[in-house]
Every structure is written in structure tokens, then in C-alpha cells.
Design a protein around this ligand. Structure first.
Ligand code: F6P
Length: 199
């Protein structure tokens, strides 16, 4: 009865300013999410008497916003560098509008092919998908339930893999803040998916 949950970190200071990348802390709203997450998750954990039927562990990235978001969860935690957000290279800490104004050709190129577009000195979605391979291997080998507190691009890639979404559609999948995505393997090898708002 193992489950996999995917959630983005709570709203960060950078999110409130429309800035990409960086390593900012949570906003007040983000901290509200961090405090609400344990309760939301506990509702989804299959229990036998008082204890989880299957042990639960929590995987975060190495960035503050995921570590802070997981800080109230009462489970063992593991930090993965491979779960860090897509690296925007030269544009780390910019808004999309700044990129469009200062480098319209780069902005256009990303619009045209978001899957393959690689930020100068940074990463593409394909790069992210590739670096997630060890995480996916470990997740598939794992017998415990795992809650991954991650980032938009990284969770698009993980969700895309588990829900068998065509590669081309991965960079535009909806992965909103303050939601849990629950994945449960079914007997036929596919995943049952549920989305649960956290508040
Ligand atoms: O805006 C939050 C964020 O996680 C950024 O750090 C990251 O660059 C972006 O989302 C990824 O989303 P997209 O690929 O749509 O730009």
C-alpha cells in the first residue's frame, strides 16, 4: 500500500517577487503551508492501529524553501541535490519580463522549445529529466512511502515520468503551489493520481 506524494515547497520570497531560481526562504504564506502539510499528509497515510501501515520518509532538495517546507513533517528526511530546481544559469534571480526585455532571442527560444532550451550556463528540461534518473531508480526500488517536497520543473519531470506524459508536454504540466499530488501504483502498473489542496 505504498504511496508517493509530490508537492512543491510553500510560497517563497522569490515567488512573491516573480523571480526565478535562487535560494530564498519561505514567505508567511509559505510557512502557513509548511505548518499545514503534516495534517494534510497524515490524512493520506494508510494506518494500522496507531502506526503507518508502511513507513514514510521525506525527500527534499538542498534548497532552503523545500527544507523549510518539510521542517514540520515528523518523518526521516533525505536531501537530494538532484531534486534542486532547474538551474536558470545567467538568468538566475531574474523575472521572466527582465529576460524578455534584455534577451528577447533567449526568451523566444525558450517559448519555441521549452523542453530542449538550455539556459546559458544553466539547464534544460531534458537536463533535469536526465539528472533525476537516480532519484527515480531509488524511488522505484524503495518499499516505503515517500513524500517529495520539490520544485516546479523537477516535479513536472517526476510526475511526467510516473504518469507517462509525453516528453513534449512535461514543461507545461500544471503543478501549482500548496497542493499534494498523490500517486499510488495500481496492479496493472499504472499510477492512480489524486490532487489534494493543502490549507
Ligand atoms: O518560478 C518558480 C520556479 O520554480 C523557478 O525557480 C523556475 O525557474 C521555474 O519555476 C520553472 O518553471 P518554468 O520552466 O515554467 O519557467
Amino acid at each position: 500500500k505504498r504511496k508517493i506524494w509530490l508537492t512543491r515547497h510553500g510560497e517563497s520570497i522569490f515567488n512573491t517577487q516573480g523571480l526565478i531560481g535562487g535560494d530564498s526562504s519561505l514567505s508567511e504564506k509559505g510557512w502557513d503551508f509548511a505548518r499545514a502539510l503534516p495534517e494534510a499528509l497524515l490524512h493520506r497515510i494508510p494506518m494500522t492501529s496507531e502506526a503507518p501501515a508502511v513507513p514514510v520518509s521525506v525527500w527534499t532538495s538542498t534548497l532552503k524553501r523545500t527544507i523549510e517546507s518539510a521542517s514540520h513533517l515528523p518523518f526521516p528526511k533525505l536531501r537530494w541535490k538532484a531534486l534542486d530546481e532547474i538551474h536558470a544559469g545567467s538568468y538566475d534571480g531574474c523575472t521572466y519580463a527582465q529576460i524578455a526585455n534584455t534577451s528577447p532571442e533567449e526568451y523566444q527560444a525558450r517559448q519555441m522549445d521549452k523542453l530542449r532550451y538550455r539556459y546559458p550556463a544553466g539547464e534544460s528540461y531534458l537536463d533535469v529529466i536526465q539528472r533525476l534518473e537516480p532519484v527515480i531508480i531509488e524511488l522505484e526500488r524503495e518499499k516505503e512511502s515517500v513524500c517529495i517536497v520539490g520544485h516546479q520543473a523537477v516535479l513536472r519531470a517526476l510526475y511526467g515520468y510516473f504518469a507517462a506524459v509525453p516528453l513534449q508536454d512535461i514543461p507545461t504540466l500544471e503543478v501549482p503551489l500548496h497542493h499534494l499530488i498523490e500517486l499510488q501504483p495500481k496492479a496493472d502498473g499504472t499510477m492512480q493520481v489524486e490532487r489534494i489542496p493543502v490549507h
